[in-house]
Design a protein around this ligand. Structure first.
Ligand SMILES: NC(=O)c1ccc[n+]([C@@H]2O[C@H](COP(=O)([O-])OP(=O)(O)OC[C@H]3O[C@@H](n4cnc5c(N)ncnc54)[C@H](OP(=O)(O)O)[C@@H]3O)[C@@H](O)[C@H]2O)c1
Length: 240
């Protein structure tokens, strides 16, 4: 039976390329997007390349949408082999420094980048438990690495982007917590860093292509015997 992968925020950017990469590996890809128009178009574009792709409406901040997506996947596919929690946003007040941040902005970023991941993961876990070798991949960021943020030799030492960076640090801890709970379940849980990738998230200022940004998630989803509880990029583990 064909393996099935759900990718949140798959209508564009790195998520779309992850869907494309997994489809090229033979997965049926469930292109999750909050907009029916954008998601339908993305799934259709993948199908024109000969891939198996289906649009699933899913706003990671909307519990009803998450429950409906899980019910539909259950009814139509019966299980899930890979979940990529890719949907993410970057918002900031002023210069993004902590002294200029508002709690409202932090809440908005956390709703998508952390609470959305927990809500989607918990809703999809019953489907992932039915697969033999299921994988959860969380799209984190090296900006979420506290070790790099506090390393004077790191380019991130001078940065203090409170809302986005701390949401990804929290996502890293969520990754570790799920990996521990699921250690004996056969479901691996890892966080990945795509690198600085040209997408709408950064007004296309990134230095990597979207295909390059998608590479680590596709690798962790498809490699034999993936680790669990790791924070990974193309060239290996990153410090938490
Ligand atoms: N680009 C980078 O350099 C970089 C570096 C490190 C980590 N990342 C991470 O990589 C992931 C993908 O980012 P990207 O660079 O590809 O950004 P992007 O091009 O802006 O794509 C973000 C995707 O997330 C979706 N999304 C946002 N809020 C959502 C919600 N509430 N429900 C469902 N989908 C939602 C967007 O949908 P709409 O089209 O509807 O807005 C879009 O499909 C994010 O988690 C980001 O933090 C990116």
């Amino acid at each position: 039976m064909t393996k099935t992968a759900l990718i949140t925020g798959a209508n564009k950017g790195i998520g779309y390329e992850i869907a494309r990469g997994l489809a090229a590996h033979g997965f049926t890809v469930l292109v999750a997007a909050r907009s029916a128009e954008r998601g339908t178009a993305a799934a259709a574009a993948l199908r024109t390349e000969g891939h198996r792709a289906d649009f699933v409406q899913l706003d990671v901040t909307d519990p009803e949408s998450i429950a409906a997506a899980a019910a539909r996947i259950d009814a139509e596919y019966g299980r899930l082999d890979v979940l990529v929690n890719n949907a993410g946003i970057a918002r900031y007040d002023g210069t993004a420094l902590p002294s200029e941040a508002t709690v409202a902005t932090l809440r908005e970023v956390y709703e998508t980048n952390l609470f959305g991941v927990v809500a989607v993961t918990n809703a999809m876990l019953p489907l992932l438990r039915r697969a033999d070798d299921a994988r959860i991949i969380n799209m984190s960021s090296d900006l979420g690495s506290i070790s790099l943020a506090m390393d004077p030799e790191s380019p991130y030492y001078k940065l203090a982007f409170l809302a986005y960076a701390s949401s990804k640090s929290a996502l890293n801890m969520a990754t570790a917590c799920y990996a521990k709970e699921l250690r004996d379940s056969g479901i691996s849980v890892n966080a990945v860093n795509p690198g600085f990738t040209a997408t709408d998230l950064n007004n296309n200022s990134g230095t990597r292509t979207r295909e390059e940004g998608a590479r680590i998630a596709v690798a962790v989803a498809t490699q034999d015997s993936p680790p669990t509880g790791a924070f990974l990029q193309d060239d290996g583990p990153l410090p938490w």
